[in-house]
Design a protein around this ligand. Structure first.
Ligand code: SF4
Length: 296
């Protein structure tokens, strides 16, 4: 492991990782570990704990050789061009990418192999690579999503301090659509009593409609593992008045069915009013690619 500024560099033996979850697809490539976007609700925080090192939000590892390794893996005869998710754990366009510039080489590899892809980001840095992304979108399907949760900039800055304002993310989607990508809004997570008011939710549907996105889906905040403790600590510091209600809504790691029923009704009404379908990302080759596990 090498250090470059505050970002540590790793060399990896494999780039592609298979998992059973088909949403949005079974294969992931993550070019970083850790993410300085610092979203208070980030579920990936606890994925860092096994490293036994610093915070997910401050200790960033860049996989320096990941594009070369991916190129090797996609060259294998048995690879069937399954769709790859470039944002399974961390945001590939977090601030570290401005310095490390790993993603242009990833796009070049994907273009060479004409491999379909899905990526979700909260950063406008992805626009730096729009020409490469357009080149890939000309030969295969490219799904670009933006996770957009809060329109009010002051609150957005409290909840996602390192990420771009919502309006910048909508502009990313507009440019990516023009570049030939399929674009989606992930209104996720819906955070009880913080971003679940009608004004915020409807504002996001309305702006998404204007951006002509193909799909929009919303899922509730999940507080798996140590994320619950961390999020409750954050609430205690910033929104202590919400804690009693949170203890009712979160008996475990998921929202109560009563709470989600009320949001689901609102979502259905907004979806009907704005005519935006739920996100659909067709699988490519699907589970048969599981046989390739042995290759990697
Ligand atoms: S952008 Fe995603 S990975 Fe990064 S901190 Fe936010 S939720 Fe976590």
């Amino acid at each position: 492991m090498q250090e470059s500024g505050k970002i540590k560099e790793l060399t990896v033996k494999s780039a592609l990782h298979f998992h059973e979850n088909e949403m949005p697809c079974n294969w992931d490539v993550n070019v970083y570990r850790g993410c300085t976007h610092g979203c208070r609700y980030c579920f990936a925080q606890y994925s860092h704990e096994y490293l036994g090192t610093g915070s997910f939000f401050t200790e960033i590892y860049a996989k320096a050789n990941v594009a070369a390794v991916l190129d090797r893996e996609l060259s294998r005869a048995k690879w069937r061009h399954a769709r790859i998710n470039l944002s399974g754990v961390t945001d590939a366009y977090q601030p570290a990418e401005a310095e490390k510039k790993i993603m242009p080489d990833i796009w070049k590899v994907l273009i060479r192999h004409r491999n379909p892809v899905v990526i979700t980001t909260k950063s406008s840095l992805i626009l730096r690579d729009i020409d490469l992304i357009a080149e890939l979108a000309a030969v295969t399907s490219v799904y670009v999503g933006a996770s957009i949760t809060i329109l009010a900039e002051k609150l957005r800055n409290i909840m996602e301090p390192g990420a771009a304002p919502a309006e910048e993310r909508f502009k990313v989607l507009e440019r990516m659509r023009e570049a030939g990508c399929v674009t989606n809004v992930m209104l996720t997570p819906v955070i009880p009593l913080i971003n679940d008011d009608l004004q915020n939710l409807e504002g996001i549907y309305c702006r998404a409609k204007k951006a002509r996105v193909s799909g929009l889906s919303a899922w509730p905040l999940n507080l798996k593992g140590s994320t619950k403790q961390k999020f409750f600590r954050f609430l205690d510091a910033r929104f202590p008045e919400l804690l009693p209600r949170y203890r009712e809504i979160y008996k475990g790691s998921e929202v109560s069915p009563e709470y989600w029923d009320s949001i689901r009704t609102l979502k259905s009404e907004l979806q009907r009013r704005y005519g935006i379908p739920l996100i659909q990302i067709p699988s490519t080759q699907g589970r048969e690619d599981g046989v390739q596990l042995s290759l990697f």
